[in-house]
Every structure is written in C-alpha cells, then in structure tokens.
Design a protein around this ligand. Structure first.
Ligand SMILES: [Fe+2]
Length: 328
C-alpha cells in the first residue's frame, strides 16, 4: 500500500510518500520546506501563503523522487490538527483537491500521534514513554487501553516556543534552538532561575520571563546555559516519573526539540541510570514532515479507518488523547 501524506500544521509544508512491507515503513519520498525568519516569530497568515506557494513544487518533487504517479497512490492523508488554523487549512485543501480529483480515500490524522507512530516505526521502539517536544507541544505520553494517554504536559508554552522566544529576546533568528544548544555546551556558570513542575505537568512561561529580565544583567552565555538546564531537567524529571509509574522500559524522544544534543544527553543519562532503553528516531522523523501523516494515514487506513469529506475539517485543538487507537 502507498500513502501520500501532507503536513502543514506549523512552519513546515511537507509531502511524503511511504509504502509498507512486513509492517515496516519504506520512505519513497520526503520533501519539505520550512519558514525561517531573521527576526524570529511566525505570522499565521504568512504561513498559509508559504504553504500554498510550496504545495505544487513540493508535490511534483515528491512524486518524481518516489517514481510514482498520483494514480498509483492508495490513500491520501494530512495533518488535521493540532496546529495553526490557517496553516492547517492550506494542507487540508491540497489533500481534499487531490483526493477528489483522483478519487482516492482521504484521511485527516492527528499530528502528535503521527510523531509517535513514525518515531516508533523508524526507531524500533515498541511501547515507549514518548517525550514529544516541539515548538507548540510538550507532552509525556504512553499507550494504555486504546489511547495514547498524556501523563504530563506543559501548562503554558511549548518547550520549542520557550527556546525560540528567548532566542528572539537575545536577537537570534528563528529557529533559535541550534544556536542556544551550542552555547549550552560551553559550560557556563549557573544562574538561579525558576524550575516549575506541578505534579506531572510543566510550566515554562515563568522561566522565560525571569530569564528575559536578567538579559543585560548577567552574561548572555550563563543565562542560555541556565535556561536550557532548568527546562530540560524539568522534562527529564517528569519523564522519569512516567517511566517509574508505568514500568515501561523504553523512552522515545521526538518532535523538533529532539534535535537538541543537550536534551538528548540529559535523557540518555536518566535512562542509563534506570536501565531503560533510549530511542531517538532519525532527525527527519523527529521534525515536522509529511512522514507523520503519511505513515499514520497508511496504518489507520489498513486498520479500516475511513472518513467522509465532511469529517475532514481541520481541528486546531485536537488532542493526542482524543484519538482512538484502532491499529495497535
Ligand atoms: Fe510537530
């Protein structure tokens, strides 16, 4: 079976074409283009314009790379939510047009569950605690009785949003994560900053405000080190508690912030200490791309999930734990 998946929930427009053999994911094409800015920040309507502009060239290049025609595709899927509404719309419209024109089944799938399933498929992890950290999302998730349950999550902004907002306050462009990560490893002095864990949930806004108030008063490098140290330690603490509570033996890190070497090192150390396996999928499967909806669309379609056109409206607030997992 071949599935074409369209991702457009935030700054990336991507189209991937995947097939399966023996339950394994074969990537035939994975084309994408992301919005970046010199001043930082994203404007929703500009994302929609970007996604509309790139829809045709990305589609053509994905089909060419995969060596297939639209007629060969068995199912078309797209990220239905969560995300930024105008951005999601751009992908949904592209998916609907293609499905109608070529008479293909159409599936709107959950972006976060897409991260989990492609992460599992490409890392070989089976039943992990998932640490999903991106610009907008920060969730600690585990499968239990038909759903991916959210054991802990951010109460305000996403971890990636914290990094990008703080980077912008320091005059860095978007995305700021890679630059901040580099500074972290220069091992600076720790500056006390808020550390906010509430039960299994996290809050980053207070940390951001406190760090921004210190800009210009303490060395920039010390601030970066301390902000990353606290934010990542908060995520690590909650992840460890989820592992201890569920007795799962694997931890899967995914989402755009999985690119952070600092976060990976901290989680790896925690996993080593408790004899738990640590999985990080290849980078292309961590960041937003068409791989998420393509693979999830394929396995959902195989499990018999079908959607009418009227069920494919985007849902910018769709949650991970609203999705009934029928394919496990
Ligand atoms: Fe994402």
């Amino acid at each position: 079976m071949i599935c074409l998946g369209i991702e457009s929930s935030a700054h990336t427009f991507g189209i991937s074409i995947v097939s399966d053999s023996d339950g394994k994911c074969n990537i035939l094409a994975n084309e994408r283009h992301s919005v970046t800015t010199k001043e930082g920040g994203l404007i929703p309507r500009e994302l929609a314009v970007h996604h509309q502009e790139y829809a045709k060239p990305i589609l053509e290049s994905a089909l060419k790379k995969a060596g297939v025609k639209l007629e060969d595709i068995d199912v078309i899927s797209f990220s239905q939510g969560p995300g930024i509404a105008p951005a999601l719309q751009a992908g949904a419209i592209t998916a609907r047009v293609l499905a109608l024109k070529y008479g293909k089944p159409l599936l709107g799938v959950n972006h976060c569950v897409g991260h989990i399933e492609i992460g599992k498929a490409l890392s070989g992890s089976r039943d992990p605690i998932v640490v999903y950290v991106s610009g907008a999302n920060t969730q600690i998730i585990g499968y239990e009785a038909g759903k991916y349950r959210v054991y802990g999550e951010t109460l305000d902004i996403g971890l990636g949003n914290l990094l990008d907002s703080f980077g912008r306050a320091l005059g860095m462009g978007f995305p700021a994560g890679p630059t901040l990560d580099k500074i972290y490893f220069e091992k600076k002095n720790y500056v006390p900053l808020p550390y906010t864990v509430k039960g299994m949930d996290l809050a980053f806004a207070g940390l951001q405000t406190a760090a921004e108030q210190k800009i210009g008063k303490v060395p920039k490098e010390d601030l970066v080190y301390s902000l990353l140290h606290n934010a990542f330690a908060m995520v690590t603490e909650v992840s460890e508690r989820a592992l201890a509570h569920t007795e799962k033996t694997g931890l899967l890190l995914t989402g755009g912030v999985a690119a952070s070497k600092a976060l990976r090192e901290m989680l790896q150390r925690m996993c080593d200490a408790r004899g738990c396996k640590f999985f990080v999928p290849p980078f292309e499967a961590c960041v937003d791309s068409g791989l998420l909806p393509a693979w999830l669309g394929l396995i959902e379609h195989k499990a018999g999930v079908r959607m009418k056109l009227e069920d494919t409206a985007v849902n910018q607030r769709q949650r991970t734990d609203q999705v009934q997992v029928t394919w496990a």
